[in-house]
Design a protein around this ligand. Structure first.
Ligand code: ADP
Ligand code: MG
Length: 309
């Protein structure tokens, strides 16, 4: 099997989106853009030994590679539409490629995103996906719109992926649900689209709530007070915190892919309805203020969110 057979067999599937004019197979892809819309694009790389281990399944690697990019587009309030896949792998392993391709196709169908191109090379296992989304002109949700008085909110529960990682690092056995949170995150796609009209700023939590919220504060030139007791956490994580009296997992653990966002007071009622309509738990954890920096009530431990270098 050569490179071209591989692309044909595993990365060419029917795309139902009529805006895709030319997908996999030419020197570059072509898609059309509706009048009044802007493009939103993001790239994330997953590297073996850094973002997943040698024992992570091809299915989970494919899922996470796509999910983390969907999460970034969702955090901008945009609609994900197209993606490219740059895949580097040490050898052609057809059973691995089939599982990877099936999982990628499955998730791409679920969120209606089209694989329109990529690159395939030999090298250490490394998956880079570039996602392209669309949004009405000037409507994107950035990190820089938070204002004093806005509420600070998070979706779902925080820290389950971090707890899973902590367990694996300490030779403990995580539950299936915890493994799911770490290896198969659910991007908050629908929520991101709905927040576009309500939120003043938004970010997805990939490197820890403390660090990611701080990015919003810095970009918006504001500060915030949050309370650890308000952070929504699972039963399992609550047990761990009671035993250790340490809130660092929900504050600094990465890989949750929940959204952290700020809501002006006037929109707080509308937000409650939105939470019901998209069936995602939403919790207020604090308030934006005029200071600079993040004050965390109930926590005096080390702020050790994930650092890439
Ligand atoms: P070129 O040499 O012109 O860059 P390639 O041989 O790398 O072309 O790729 C041929 C076609 O296959 C291109 O349309 C490219 O976008 C697509 N492609 C290559 N690798 C992948 C992949 N892993 N997934 C999807 N499409 C791919
Ligand atoms: Mg190429």
């Amino acid at each position: 099997m050569n490179e071209f057979d591989l692309i044909r067999d595993y990365f060419t599937w029917t795309i139902k989106d009529p805006s895709v004019i030319l997908a996999v197979g030419d020197d570059a892809a072509i898609f059309s853009l509706e009048h009044g819309y802007e493009l939103v694009t993001t790239t994330d790389t997953l590297v073996e030994g850094v973002h997943f281990s040698a024992t992570t399944s091809a299915k989970d690697i494919a899922h996470k590679s796509l999910a983390v990019n969907l999460s970034d587009i969702a955090a901008m309030g945009a609609k994900a539409k197209y993606f490219t896949l740059a895949l580097s792998m040490p050898k052609i392993d057809q059973s691995w490629l089939q599982d990877f391709s099936d999982s990628l196709k499955h998730l791409s169908e679920q969120y209606v995103v089209s694989l329109i191109g990529g690159d395939t090379t030999r090298g250490p296992l490394n998956i880079t996906i570039t996602m392209i989304g669309v949004i009405e002109k000037s409507k994107a949700l950035t990190r820089s719109g938070a204002r004093p008085g806005d509420g600070v909110y998070v979706s779902g529960t925080i820290g389950d992926a971090g707890l899973c990682f902590w367990k694996l690092s300490n030779d403990l056995i995580p539950s299936n649900q915890e493994l799911q949170r770490l290896n198969c995150p659910t991007p908050r796609v629908e929520l991101g689209l709905l927040l576009k009209d309500l939120a003043s700023a938004c970010i997805d939590i990939s490197d820890g709530l403390e660090q990611d919220l701080s990015h919003i504060l810095k970009a918006s030139s504001v500060g915030a007070v949050i309370e650890v007791e308000k952070i929504p956490i699972s039963e399992a994580l609550l047990g761990h915190i009671k035993d250790s009296n340490d809130w660092s997992i929900p504050l600094c653990g990465g890989d949750d892919y929940e959204l952290c966002f700020t809501i002006p007071e006037d929109n707080e009622e509308a937000l409650k309805k939105l939470s019901k309509s998209c069936n995602v738990k939403i919790t207020k954890v604090g308030v934006i203020n005029e200071s600079l920096g993040l004050q965390i009530e109930g926590f005096d431990g080390q702020r050790n969110s994930y650092q890439h270098f």
